[in-house]
Ligand binder design. Structure first.
Ligand code: IMP
Ligand code: MG
Length: 337
């Protein structure tokens, strides 16, 4: 299994990395391992823009795609997305599955979240209430929803009784996380967090042993963004400019994302706790257009004269954390890493 994990507050471009890995590696499965339709994956496929909330990137390549037991699923949204993909020319038939023990987001969950989620600025998609009911042992599982029956799989059987074809190829999973380290229920800035496990460990909760992990692709942005009700963006016109140039609006709610420089300590924590082996920094082209190079290191803003000076600084820091240069990607395109 390769894991894709977001090192900041979501929206770092995991969809693009998933899309890239699906094209360059041969996976038998793509697994969405946490979160619900609070997530918004923006994917550019064959020149067309798609936004998915539930459905993993694997469907774009005809790879068996599973919404795992670490997720919560809104059946209405699920069926809307299948329709949207089909209308966009992406066939999902026989390619998209839901773990039978995935919990379901109900209409009541959504209504509650819309009413009370404002305090921390949730996406209002029913995520928190659905997870609360799961852990309160009063939730509803996908296996008990009639309309979902045709899509159900048992993850134990899926991973441990491969078909003949899969046995010869061995199972190869791409695990796609949602949200990000700074929103993680345990490691994020509580209570301004989501209700699921956004770390690499969260991938394992979908019936997979730790020894299954091969690579961990950490995804970051060269600056940070956050959507929610805490104050995040410092004063300064440059941050509005980053938001404008970077088109920083939520893929799920359309809210403007707050912007700040990349925080090196957040990044270090996320790299260590997630066991990152490869790292992609997205949206370098945005900072280049804005023309200011800076990070926050040890609570101080550190400015750089050139892009190269900043990249060198980052690479040096990452190498001290055991990530070699050829596993660090500075990406400046919407379609490739
Ligand atoms: P919830 O996940 O809808 O409960 O929202 C909790 C917090 O996580 C809010 O600050 C949301 O804006 C944020 N959030 C949830 N999902 C995403 C995402 O996919 N990208 C960015 N922020 C998110
Ligand atoms: Mg997103």
């Amino acid at each position: 299994m390769d894991v894709i994990v977001d090192l900041q507050y979501g929206d770092c471009g995991k969809g693009k990395v998933a899309h890239f890995l699906c094209q360059t590696q041969k996976y038998t499965h793509v697994l969405r391992y946490n979160g619900g339709c609070n997530a918004g994956h923006t994917i550019f496929h064959k020149g067309k823009k798609f936004i998915t909330h539930h459905i993993p990137a694997g469907v774009f390549f005809g790879v068996r795609s599973i919404i795992g037991s670490g997720c919560v699923l809104d059946p209405d949204q699920f069926f809307r997305e299948i329709k949207m993909l089909q209308e966009g020319g992406v066939s999902t038939k026989g390619k998209i599955f839901i773990a039978n023990n995935t919990h379901v987001i109900t209409a009541a969950h959504k209504a509650e979240d819309k009413k009370s989620g404002g305090k921390i600025g949730t996406t209002g998609r029913g995520n928190g209430p659905a997870y609360r009911d799961k852990y309160g042992r009063t939730g509803l599982r996908a296996e008990n929803v009639k309309s979902l029956r045709p899509y159900l799989v048992n993850l134990y059987k899926e991973w441990f009784t491969p078909t003949r074809l899969e046995r010869s190829q061995r199972i190869k999973i791409l695990a796609e996380g949602a949200q990000g380290f700074g929103l993680d229920i345990d490691w994020g800035d509580y209570p301004f967090v989501t209700s699921s496990h956004c770390t690499t460990a969260g991938a394992l909760l979908n019936g997979l042993p730790p020894t299954a992990i091969r690579s961990v692709w950490g995804v970051a942005k060269i600056y940070e963004t956050y959507v929610g009700s805490k104050e995040f963006q410092p004063k300064g016109a440059v941050f509005d400019r980053i938001g404008d140039v970077g088109e920083e609006f939520g893929a799920t709610t359309g809210r403007r994302r707050q912007c700040n420089w990349m925080n090196m300590q957040t990044l270090e924590r996320a790299i260590r706790i997630n066991g990152v082996t490869h790292i992609v920094f997205n949206k370098v082209d945005v900072l280049r257009a804005v023309g200011t190079w800076a990070v926050i290191d040890k609570n101080k803003i550190m400015k750089f004269g050139t892009e190269k000076a900043m990249n060198d600084f980052i690479v040096k820091r990452l190498r001290s954390l055991g990530i070699s240069r050829n596993r660090i990607y500075f990406s400046e395109s919407k379609e490739k890493i």
